[in-house]
Design a protein around this ligand. Structure first.
Ligand code: ADP
Ligand code: ZN
Ligand code: ZN
Length: 805
């Protein structure tokens, strides 16, 4: 037996497979996708078996593989094939894709332990050296018997092999306290402790009274007894108690109610969608459906019933969500519908927990997978349906190597399994909606909300007409009045202030003028350093004007305000209200996000103020007012998708109100009330927004009319990075293609040299009609720029980037 192995060196010279011989008594332990160690040059490297064969074109004696790394296979035949496709499609090295598909535990340092489940049989098979241990080191076993024999023992369930991470620092732990003293010893210690040392006595008394408790978390004990760290330490010194670390096990389903939630009788629109898609499930057709339906139109119910249908046919189902922590309700609904056989993959899991979930999928114990982006690589067999909820979300695009979009991977897997792919959203990405327009996707509209409630009315406040008081800088009198009204009624308010509130853009407070790049149709960004307005795509720049170029008003300003400032203003105006602020600063610590949400949902606070993280998935009955402090911050993003993102954001945040019995209302403050995005958001009119935005993209040559690829050159040496960026542009430049409007190259942008962690970045943006025209050149760039990497200059190729800076 001969195996073809891809080696773990991401480089051109080894971006192919190498042949190795497999010793006879190893053969049954090797499968497609196995990880092996092989001799390579004079090194030992890890690799993946991507093919098993009997032939080789290699002249000479093949080296045998050195060792087998896993007796389980984590990548099945499908994923091996997919890795080949993706490497080519994304223009990255195949090994990078293979590694991205692997559960992260296998990239950590771990020990492999053989658990012996049946010592009697085990002893019979391995002989007298075995001393009845319940587990032994894998290496010990491998010295005694052949891989084939190990594989056989595993198959017969006599043993299993478990991985234990050696370096646990990446895992979340908590400090626990226990006592080594028995009750008498504790009583003894208590007698010897002065009555006045009541804190010390409290600790002893706690353990005397709670004999049944083995251990308690240190922080819990501290709060419960109101004792300090010093008291704890002194108790440790006296050897009453000891501390130890314990892993925090985050059961993703912990807080989920296991109530059953049976299927609902579908409404006409839902039924129609279900009937169409279920035909594709039944007939094994790899169709893609785009379900465009406002929040509350019953999309999730359709997903659940379709998943059920696939399961009933013995197939599996994959459901992607943007981010599990932001969409707890989705997980809850899947679990309460199906109860068991569900793997939930999310970032809160430790790598060991993720690995366990992966194992359940491989063993077929979990036929439903719910997870974020990387779950698209879940090793499910026989997939019957793939669903991507909120398909427009940018989290589906991986920004690091391999820079895949889950939607593209989903398409491939859908075809591999002959299973339909469902994309759902209230505000589909322009790309997807355009594909539906030309018939590549089937478009399904859900026009009505299940509860028949209308969408909330949206009030646009023209901020150019608002006389701004010093204190209430960002809040119009209308908004202040409405907030007060809700506070009086004991209802709740959600306020959105965009994350990039601090991003520097030019705003005329008289007329709302937004300064644009004349070539790129994106907003110019203010650079304080040299007082210039600059384009983030191309070379364009001009000095900061002293008055508004449009209305000549001197009231222009170059900065937005952040959530902190707004929070302060709110506290000033509404001293009686409690404000929960949610942004990158207040949610940096793990668990903080949930804590703040709990604070708001339990009614402890009246106003939830936050960045776009509050726009998603939240569902609070008592919220009757949603306010957008300044819609222009999003409109001013230096990104050609700024309009699309703003529309999505406004629509999404509007959906946070009027969900319960109480009617809701939305207030949007803007300096550009006539802007088409604001106007279409006011009427929740996605379809007309789509048409308008498509025209604009057409005029300015952006997706979906053109494909885009971002080349980023980075180096600590500014000169070398810049040089290479210009060289690449020269290499790619093709007057013929440009004349035919087939290829445009924008940049490199000299004026916007950004320096992050001492690296200089230069961007080239390619816009093209047909990838084949540049595919080979990009392949060459991928391959040839590696020599540059040794000189400290790096090149990234990012197809269809979601962000540009
Ligand atoms: P979406 O995913 O489009 O936001 P959901 O599927 O969550 O919509 O539906 C909104 C609400 O209506 C949910 O509470 C859901 O349980 C309920 N619902 C959905 N479909 C039906 C139906 N056919 N009959 C009764 N209630 C339904
Ligand atoms: Zn420009
Ligand atoms: Zn103006």
């Amino acid at each position: 037996m001969i195996v073809k192995v891809v080696i773990d060196i991401p480089a051109k010279q080894v971006n192919r497979s190498f042949d190795y011989a497999v010793p006879k008594d190893w053969e049954s332990a090797i499968k497609l996708g196995s990880r092996v160690q092989v001799p390579f040059g004079n090194m030992k490297r890890t690799g993946f078996v991507v093919d098993i064969t009997d032939e080789t074109e290699f002249n000479g004696k093949l080296k045998p593989i050195h060792s087998i790394m896993d007796y389980d296979v984590f990548l099945n035949e499908e994923l091996i094939e997919l890795s080949d496709y993706l490497a080519e499609y994304l223009q990255c090295f195949r090994i990078s894709v293979l590694q991205a598909m692997l559960p992260s535990l296998l990239k950590a340092k771990y020990d492999a332990i053989v658990q012996i489940h049946d010592p009697v049989q085990f002893s019979e098979k391995v002989g007298s050296w075995y001393q009845n241990e319940t587990s032994i080191d894998r290496k010990v076993l491998e010295e005694r018997i052949s891989p084939n024999a190990i594989s056989q023992l595993k198959k017969e369930n006599i043993i299993s092999i478990e991985y234990q991470v050696i370096n646990q620092t990446t895992q979340k732990t908590k400090t626990m306290i226990k006592t080594n003293l028995n009750k008498d010893q504790l009583m003894n210690a208590l007698e010897k402790t002065s009555q006045r040392s009541f804190k010390q006595r409290a600790i002893l008394e706690y353990f005397i009274n709670n004999q049944a408790i083995e251990s308690i978390e240190k922080s819990t004990l501290m709060t419960e007894l109101e004792v300090s760290n010093a008291t704890i330490n002194s108790a440790i010194d006296k050897e009453w108690i000891t501390t130890f670390k314990e892993m925090i096990y985050r059961d993703p389903l912990k807080d989920v109610s296991f109530q059953t939630n049976s299927s609902k009788t579908l409404l006409a629109e839902q039924q129609n969608a279900y009937d169409l898609i279920s035909q594709s499930v039944d007939n094994k057709q790899a169709d893609t459906y785009l379900i465009e339906g406002v929040t509350g139109s019953g999309k999730t119910e359709i997903y659940l019933q379709l998943m059920d249908r696939a399961l009933q046919q013995g197939k599996s189902a994959l459901l992607l969500v943007p981010e599990i922590s932001l969409t707890p309700q989705m997980v809850e609904r899947v679990v309460s519908r199906f109860q068991t056989g569900i793997a939930v993959l999310h970032s809160g899991l430790s790598i060991t927990e993720k690995y366990d979930e992966w194992q359940r999928i491989i063993k077929g114990e979990a036929k439903i997978v719910v997870g974020a982006r990387s779950s698209i690589f879940a090793p499910l067999e026989n997939i019957g349906i793939i669903i991507i909820d909120e398909e427009h979300e940018t989290t589906y695009k991986q920004s690091d190597n391999p820079r895949y979009h889950a939607r593209d991977v989903a398409r491939w897997r859908s075809e591999y399994h002959d299973a339909p792919l469902i994309l759902g959203s209230a505000t589909p990405s322009l790309e997807s909606r355009a594909r539906a327009q030309v018939g590549n996707y089937h478009l399904i509209h859900l026009e009505n909300r299940v509860n028949q409630m209308p969408m909330p009315p949206v009030d646009i406040i023209d901020m150019t007409q608002v006389e701004l008081r010093e204190t209430a800088n960002e809040l119009s009198p209308e908004l202040i009045e409405k907030i007060q009204d809700r506070l009086d009624k004991k209802e709740q308010v959600v306020l959105l202030q965009n994350r990039r509130g601090y991003a520097s853009y030019l705003l005329c407070r008289e007329c709302g003028f937004i300064m644009q790049c004349p070539r790129c149709d994106i907003s110019l960004t203010y650079h304080k350093f040299d007082n210039q307005m600059k384009c983030h795509y191309c070379d364009y720049h001009e000095p900061l004007p002293t008055q508004c170029p449009s209305c000549q008003s001197p009231h222009i300003r170059t900065h937005g305000i952040g959530t902190q400032k707004v929070a302060e203003t709110l506290e000033e105006i509404f001293p009686e209200a409690k404000v929960t602020r949610m942004d990158n600063d207040t949610t940096r610590r793990k668990g903080q996000h949930q804590k703040l949400l709990d604070e708001f949902s339990s009614g402890q606070s009246n106003i939830l103020l936050g960045t776009q993280m509050i726009a998603k998935g939240l569902d609070f009955e008592n919220v009757t007012l949603v306010g957008v402090i300044n819609a222009d911050t999003a409109l001013n993003l230096p990104d050609f998708r700024a309009s699309e993102r703003t529309f999505q954001l406004l629509t999404q945040v509007s959906g946070r109100t009027g969900r319960g019995r109480l009617a809701g209302e939305v207030v949007i403050q803007t300096y550009n009330p006539e802007h088409y995005v604001i106007q279409f958001a006011k009427t929740h009119d996605y379809e007309n927004f789509f048409r308008f935005e498509m025209k604009r993209r057409h005029l300015t040559n952006y997706p979906p009319y053109y494909f885009t690829t971002l080349l980023t050159v980075s180096s600590k040496h500014q000169g070398r990075a810049s040089q290479l960026a210009y060289d690449l542009k020269a290499q790619l430049y093709n007057p013929e293609l440009e004349r035919k409007e087939q290829l445009y190259i924008i940049g490199p942008n000299r004026n916007n040299i950004s320096k992050i962690n001492n690296y200089y970045y230069f961007n080239l943006l390619l816009k093209y009609k047909d990838k084949t025209t540049i595919q080979r050149q990009l392949d060459d760039i991928l391959n040839n720029t590696q020599q540059k990497a040794t000189q400290g200059v790096y090149v990234n190729i990012n197809h269809e980037p979601q962000y540009f800076s």
